[in-house]
Design a protein around this ligand. Structure first.
Ligand code: FMN
Length: 355
């Protein structure tokens, strides 16, 4: 029986040959040139070759001043970096897949010394509660961003978007999820501002609006602009970043007024009941937007992928795509597949090339 997973889907002029994509995955492999290791780039090409309809890059940091939160992260603002990624997008296209570059600023999820300019900035001077696994020490209390900082960060997104366009990506995703800077603005957990960028959801959303508007201007109309959202963060993972379903819906409605082409919803488990509503995050989101939706979280075999597609247009897999090079053909053949544990994904951060 043919599965809807293997039917095409089109957003504007871009057609996905199937509904299964590689979720964005940071690899921390770049040297001083901010270009990922060759085998890490090869991994993305291999996933396209092996049938994924969509291939995301790792999250690329947007400036040299305060954006980076982990060692070995990539940038895409100079010709060498653009050339390295151009080779990847060419190859992904040759295999008939769509390429999307995710870009982000880590905000308070950074630490002393990790950025060349050595600053840690965020909407408010509030540090995550947990210790930083990278240093084993508490995260530093960030400096509160003023307008000058906000303009610099905004410019970083715009300059990086120019690099993404030059490298030939079909799409660009603004990472507004997982407790990084744009998400820090959206959530009262990290945004305690009393100016026009804090308080109501409209105010907390304001900086994201500015970033979307500025980035869209440097992107040709035929390239896709996406956003990734989540109710959970990498630090303090048990914290619900939004207070209830109505806050979530309000945020989605604000995104829906923007010149964006899709919303990617990141969850721990796509099937989970969210905010006690008895509904999944994809369903809650779909109820208030007409934008195409991507969903991710424990999608690992044909059954879970098909179920996830009930309230979304494309499904993404992280750990299963990372660890199983044949995931797409295994889903097509409906092979028995199990979920991978988080610890198994640790290999992503080693120098061991992934098949
Ligand atoms: C090694 C690794 C790196 C990740 N890096 C990113 C990232 O750069 N950006 C992002 O939005 N999510 C990142 N994630 C989260 C995944 O995109 C995905 O949302 C998560 O793994 C849940 O999906 P899964 O259950 O299919 O693994 C990462 C996950 C893993 C395993």
């Amino acid at each position: 029986m043919t599965s809807p997973l293997f039917s095409p889907f089109t957003i504007k002029q871009i057609t996905f040959k199937n509904r299964i994509g590689v979720a964005p995955m940071t690899r921390m492999s770049a040297a001083g040139d901010s270009i990922p290791r060759e085998d890490v780039l090869e991994f993305l090409k291999t996933r396209a070759k092996n049938g994924a309809g969509l291939v995301y890059t790792e999250a690329i940091v947007t400036d040299y001043e305060s954006a980076q939160g982990y060692p070995g992260q990539a940038r895409i603002v100079n010709q060498n970096q653009v050339d390295a990624w151009k080779d990847v997008t060419d190859e992904i296209r040759r295999h008939g897949a769509v390429s999307v570059c995710q870009i982000f600023h880590c905000g308070r999820m950074a630490y002393e010394g990790i950025n060349p300019a050595n600053r840690v900035i965020a909407p408010s001077p509030v540090a995550p509660m947990q210790e930083n696994p990278m240093t084993g020490a508490p995260y530093p209390v960030p400096e509160q961003m003023n307008r000058f900082d906000m303009d610099h960060v905004l410019n970083g997104f715009v300059e990086t978007a120019k690099g993404v366009v030059a490298a030939g990506f079909d799409g660009l995703e603004l990472h507004c999820a997982h407790g990084y800077l744009l998400n820090q603005f959206l959530s009262t957990y990290s945004n305690r501002r009393t100016d026009a960028y804090g308080g109501s959801m409209e105010n907390r959303y304001r900086f994201i609006h500015e970033v979307i508007q500025a980035v869209r201007q440097v992107m040709p109309e035929d390239r896709l602009l996406l956003v990734r959202v989540s109710n959970w963060g990498i630090a303090d993972t048990k914290v619900s970043l939004f207070s209830d379903a109505s806050e979530w819906r309000q945020m989605i409605q604000l995104f829906s007024k923007e010149p964006i082409d899709a919303i990617s919803v990141s969850t721990y488990d796509f099937a989970a009941d969210e905010f006690g509503t008895g509904k999944t995050m994809a369903k809650l989101t779909r109820e208030v937007t007409d934008l195409p939706l991507l969903i991710c979280g424990k999608i690992h075999d044909r059954k879970s992928a098909q179920n996830a597609l009930a309230d979304a247009d494309l499904v993404l897999s992280g750990k299963s795509m990372l660890l199983n090079p044949n995931l797409v053909s295994d889903i097509a053949a409906d092979r028995k597949l199990s979920l991978y544990e988080s610890e198994e994904a640790g290999v992503a951060y080693t120098a061991t090339p992934l098949p």
